[in-house]
Design a binder for this molecule. Structure first.
Ligand code: GDP
Length: 475
């Protein structure tokens, strides 16, 4: 009854190859069904094991989610502090923390951890989580109720918090098996004790705690692949290791209708008709006000060298082109408008040597990060999503914003190296080994031998990242 091809195969009723449950109401989240019309089909298929684990997770979530009988019971125990019989329902509460790209990556990490440990994931709604993302699980919400008893303590949870697993270990190294909740501090400033989260021995004691409250700004999945207790299950879930975020992302993150409006209107107005779509994600971490000439030089050097954009013909006497030339749409994202204006002007002022017609577009220039503002985050989410709809993508080093786009899109980006000393690096960029995000602050610890170890050199599928030499990524 509507014009969009649905993600549902009518014969089998499968949504995204069975990745998504078929139990949703379509109108409440249009993107879940309409996105297939905007994306190329994924080159990858989810494993049947992943699909069956997602369905059993959804069933668990339905039994244990907010305000179910089991939920109410475990919440009572949390208040009374009594440790009575073991409940079927144990939880990971994900705390809203950091920029939107970071939040998307950490939420995927927390979900996979929940899946591996048979826990239920509940999401601290922060300022705008409910405004940005559709509910990913059918029937029962993933949002933590605002009357959750210890919600008022969330703001105090940090590296120094006495409730953190690391600090608890410092006081009591044998662990405390009767805790009702534990705070897992997995943010960039976590210390050696907090990092023991990634050791199997510690998981054994963490497993007994019904409520885990997790705060992180890191995509920590690569380190889960180095833990013997999770290794086999992870291999079964993801036979192709570089598809972890690709599938978890497409499973979990569906823009709400207002955000989908931003995405679909922009796509149809500026991108849909082009023969090829190129994404350029520009994130500059240098201090000072851009635009910087060295960043512009680097963008052009990379795009031309890798033949993502055509050279220009600087001869003045080239006249008009015949109609019906090939068109390329370049989608740029940046907090700053300067790079976009320069690239757009170059292709307006000069013809291309190939005759291609280049349109350059940038949805917004918000000038600076405004994580607490609704419209700002809606636009950021829309732009990550739009980048994921391009055919070829250039990203900036260290940026989780870019990681989200590449993972959702199933794209191996060209990564712009981080400029040093205000000069464009040479070479300007390189192709990524895989579409996976980088874990920026991984542990370097051998849990068995209790010594330091290079965790990027232990197995072939967990390597150091292209854009951060100490980071880890799946390949
Ligand atoms: P990261 O800092 O690049 O890893 O990405 P995050 O998404 O975690 O944090 C950066 C935040 O700055 C984003 O969430 C946006 O709020 C804002 N931001 C950065 N780059 C852009 C951009 O190109 N477009 C928009 N709309 N916002 C951006």
């Amino acid at each position: 009854e509507d014009d969009f091809p649905m993600a549902v195969d009518v014969l089998t009723d499968k949504v995204l190859d069975g990745l998504l449950s078929s139990e949703f109401d379509k109108s409440s989240c249009l993107s879940r069904y309409q996105s297939v019309a905007y994306r190329k089909e994924s080159a990858h298929k989810p494993s049947s094991h992943l699909i069956s684990r997602l369905r059993s997770y959804e069933a668990l979530h339905r039994r244990c989610g907010p305000y179910t009988q089991s939920y109410n019971k475990t919440v009572e125990k949390l208040i009374s502090g009594q440790h009575t019989e073991i409940s079927e329902c144990n939880y990971v509460v994900w705390l809203s923390f950091s920029g939107l790209g970071n939040r998307i990556l950490t939420l995927a990490s927390a979900f996979l951890y929940a899946l591996l440990t048979n826990r239920v994931l509940l999401v601290d709604r922060g300022v705008d989580m409910a405004d940005l993302f559709c509910e990913p699980f059918p029937k029962v919400s993933w949002l933590l109720p605002s009357d959750f008893p210890i919600a008022n303590q969330f703001n105090n949870f940090d590296q120094k918090s006495p409730h953190s697993y690391g600090n608890m270990l410092k006081r009591n190294p044998v662990g405390n098996s009767t805790l009702q909740f534990s705070y897992l501090h997995l943010a960039h400033d976590y210390d050696d004790q907090d990092k023991l989260f990634f050791c199997d021995q510690d998981q054994t004691s963490i497993q007994k705690v019904p409520w885990l409250i997790m705060k992180t700004d890191n995509y920590f999945i690569p380190s889960l692949f180095l833990m013997p207790s999770f290794e086999q299950e992870l291999t079964n879930l993801f036979p192709e290791k570089e598809t972890v975020f690709h599938f978890l992302g497409r499973y979990l993150f569906h823009p709400t209708n207002p955000v989908w409006g931003l995405i679909s209107r922009y796509y149809q107005a500026y991108l849909a008709k082009a023969d090829e779509k190129i994404g350029l994600q520009i994130r500059v971490f240098d201090t000072g006000n851009g635009p910087f000439q060295y960043v512009l030089d680097q963008i052009l050097a990379c795009s031309l060298k890798e033949k993502l954009l055509p050279e220009i013909n600087q001869n003045e006497d080239v006249g008009s082109l015949p109609l019906n030339q090939k068109t390329k749409a370049v989608l740029m994202t940046s907090l700053n408008a300067g790079y976009f204006e320069r690239v757009r002007d170059i292709y307006w002022e000069f013809p291309t040597v190939t005759g291609e017609v280049i349109g350059v577009y940038q949805p917004s220039h918000e000038e600076y990060q405004q994580t607490e503002k609704h419209v700002h985050n809606r636009k950021a989410w829309a732009e990550m999503y739009l980048l994921s709809l391009t055919d070829k993508l250039v990203t900036s080093s260290w940026s989780t914003f870019g990681y989200v786009a590449q993972g959702l899109g199933g794209l191996k980006p060209w990564i712009l190296y981080k400029p040093e000393n205000q000069t464009a690096p040479d070479p300007p960029c390189r192709r990524a080994m895989s579409m996976e995000p980088c874990f920026h602050a991984p542990p370097f610890y051998d849990c068995k031998r209790k010594t330091g170890v290079d965790t990027g050199a232990l197995v072939p599928h967990v390597r150091h990242c292209e854009d951060m030499s100490w980071g880890l990524k799946l390949v």
